[in-house]
Design a binder for this molecule. Structure first.
Ligand SMILES: Nc1ncnc2c1ncn2[C@@H]1O[C@H](COP(=O)(O)OP(=O)(O)OP(=O)(O)O)[C@@H](O)[C@H]1O
Length: 261
């Protein structure tokens, strides 16, 4: 198993170290240690309720918005503990964007959806820069050609797949380094799923991507590294190929071969 340490010249982008999370008195994440490398896709798999989403949400502290959530340990991003006292949580969430199961565009125009983060984060209100950023972000998610003539139409008129692309474009506009995706294809059909998978593969050249998925074929197709979780524990973390073909732990083998879950 590859835990922290032994990365040669590489510093991990995300270093999760002895991390625990409690929902009130329920110990949902138990002593998690993972190093996530830069500009790769890391998948989190495991049966329902094992803590995948909780761990993903811990990486940009979205769990903080809930009451009675307690954590211990560290999550270091580029060497800085995001649970440290000095952390600006708004800046963290700009740097670590999140895409959810169901696309959640705002009920405003496509253009305004992408420009939204620039305004609320007071990054710029210069129209030329906003225009350029909207175009660049929509091109990055391969949506531009389809919608460039209807930028001022409601985002809610887009297909679900296009809406999910738009949600990713909305993140890209504010220049994150890390993109977290929580089952981003679960509301999409197989064709749309394949397109979003292709997009993730393209985006990994520029972003560090962590994706929670129930779909093991998806994890095997798109990720470089896979974390397998069970009942709040990290059972195994390794290269995806190893997890799926020659896992070190029996539980991992049982899960990936469909014997439970
Ligand atoms: N807000 C919450 N309050 C209390 N318990 C929670 C909360 N959110 C999740 N849990 C519990 O924490 C555990 C882990 O949940 P989590 O959603 O992280 O698992 P998951 O592996 O992502 O599951 P799924 O695949 O079904 O989405 C579960 O037992 C769940 O019931």
């Amino acid at each position: 198993m590859r835990l922290y340490g032994d990365f040669g010249q590489h510093m991990p982008k995300i270093e999760i170290k002895k991390f625990n999370l409690y929902y009130a008195d329920f110990h949902a994440l138990q002593n998690i240690n993972i190093n996530i490398e830069e500009k790769r896709i890391t998948a989190m798999i495991g049966p329902s309720g094992c803590g995948k989403s909780t761990l993903l949400r811990s990486i940009n502290r979205i769990n903080d918005t809930l009451e009675k959530v307690y954590t211990s340990g560290e999550i270091n991003i580029s060497g800085e503990n995001i649970y440290g006292r000095e952390i600006d949580v708004d800046a963290l969430r700009r740097n670590v964007g999140m895409v959810f199961q169901r696309p959640n565009p705002f009920p405003i125009s496509i253009y305004e959806n992408v420009a939204f983060g620039l305004k609320v984060n007071r990054i710029t209100s210069n129209k030329n820069i906003v225009d350029e950023t909207v175009e660049r972000s929509l091109k990055a998610v391969l949506l531009w050609n389809d919608i460039k003539d209807k930028l001022h139409k409601s985002a809610l008129n887009l297909t679900l797949e296009q809406q999910q692309r738009l949600c990713i474009a909305r993140l890209i506009a504010i220049a994150p380094h890390i993109i977290l995706l929580d089952e981003p294809c679960s509301s999409l059909d197989p064709v749309a799923t394949q397109k979003i998978e292709e997009l993730m593969i393209q985006l990994k050249d520029r972003y560090t991507i962590v994706v929670v998925t129930h779909n093991m074929q998806q994890a095997a197709r798109i990720s470089h590294d896979t974390a397998f979780m069970l009942l709040g524990e990290l059972i195994e973390f390794d290269k995806t190929e190893k997890i799926f073909t020659n896992p070190s732990r029996k539980e991992t083998g049982d899960y990936v071969s469909g014997r439970f879950g």
